[in-house]
Design a protein around this ligand. Structure first.
Ligand code: UTP
Length: 277
């Protein structure tokens, strides 16, 4: 039902400098796969086969990754090394890839609005690929969210509980619990201090958005840090319509930070990775 997924990948990735000076942070490998490929695989698992990147300068490696590399393919054709390309070949077989450039980094909300021509007038997923999510016991996070969308037909944000001293890193929601792990949002604050946070339920990098969000974003002034914040637009949508927050099943690693990235690498190596054969 939801066919498109937007990947805002235009950010600078300053927390990983100097590694990200000339390489996109989304291409940092967690064991043997770039971060962004994990996100794309999660979207495809959820039935979203059109993958739309909002890229920026210096991000060409991402779009090249989702294309054939003729010279490489030719070199390793017929050798045992071909197995190393299996996962990306599967992704290329199933996905269609589109992209638009965000010329100025005016924030995540602005990046999502920049993706409008690729999405059009339909509900869509959003993945921030520096949040790496796994659910070894069942459906991936986006697939869990699309199942909820079928029921509620409104925007949905994925949330997790965080320690109070970490609320300043996230958009934080307050809402009415409808059932275990599902809330109807009535307040949202971007990166609040612990004393200003309406709860400890933090938004992570998975969203389902209805297309009316674009008009709301167009009318949203720059907020925290002078950036157009998706949190501000979602609060507006919650006030005039409906936004749900969903405590997803599974684990999430903050790969935008060095400790989270290291934790994810160890987890993937021990639990997910297998040597291609
Ligand atoms: P972050 O806040 O993590 O920023 O952006 P960043 O630049 O990627 O990383 P740091 O903080 O400098 O280390 C959240 C997401 O929004 C995208 C980023 O690519 C990331 O996926 N983004 C942010 C854009 O695409 N455009 C923007 O203008 C801002």
């Amino acid at each position: 039902m939801i066919k498109k997924c937007l990947f805002p990948v235009a950010g600078y990735g300053t927390r990983f400098l100097p590694a990200t000076k000339s390489m996109p942070k989304e291409m940092l490998p967690v064991v043997n796969k770039p971060l962004v490929q994990y996100g794309v695989e999660e979207a495809i698992e959820a039935g979203m086969n059109t993958i739309s990147f909002v890229t920026g300068r210096g991000k060409r490696a991402i779009t090249d990754h989702f294309d054939i590399s003729y010279e490489l393919e030719h070199q390793i054709a017929g050798t045992g090394k071909e197995a190393y390309l299996d996962s990306i070949r599967d992704v290329l077989d199933e996905g269609v890839f589109t992209m638009v450039r965000q010329r100025e980094m005016k924030g995540l909300g602005h990046a999502i609005l920049t993706g409008e021509p690729l999405i059009g007038n339909e509900p869509f997923g959003v993945v921030l690929s520096d949040d790496l999510c796994f659910n070894e016991d069942g459906d991936g996070v986006l697939r869990q969210m699309t199942a909820l969308y079928k029921q509620f037909r409104c925007s949905i944000v994925a949330i997790q509980e965080v320690p109070p001293e970490e609320t300043h890193k996230y958009g934080v929601i307050a809402g009415v619990a409808l059932k275990d792990g599902l809330y109807r949002v009535d307040d949202m604050v971007e990166k609040p201090k612990p004393e200003d946070a309406p709860s400890n339920l933090a938004i992570i990098g998975r969203y389902i958005l209805t297309p009316d969000i674009f008009d709301i974003l167009r009318a949203t002034p720059p907020g925290k840090n002078g950036e157009v914040q998706i949190t501000d637009a979602l609060l507006q949508q919650a006030k005039t319509g409906c936004v749900m927050a969903y405590k997803f099943k599974g684990r999430r690693f903050d790969c935008g930070s060095v400790p989270g990235f290291v934790e994810a690498t160890n987890y993937v190596y021990e639990n997910i990775y297998s040597e291609p054969s």
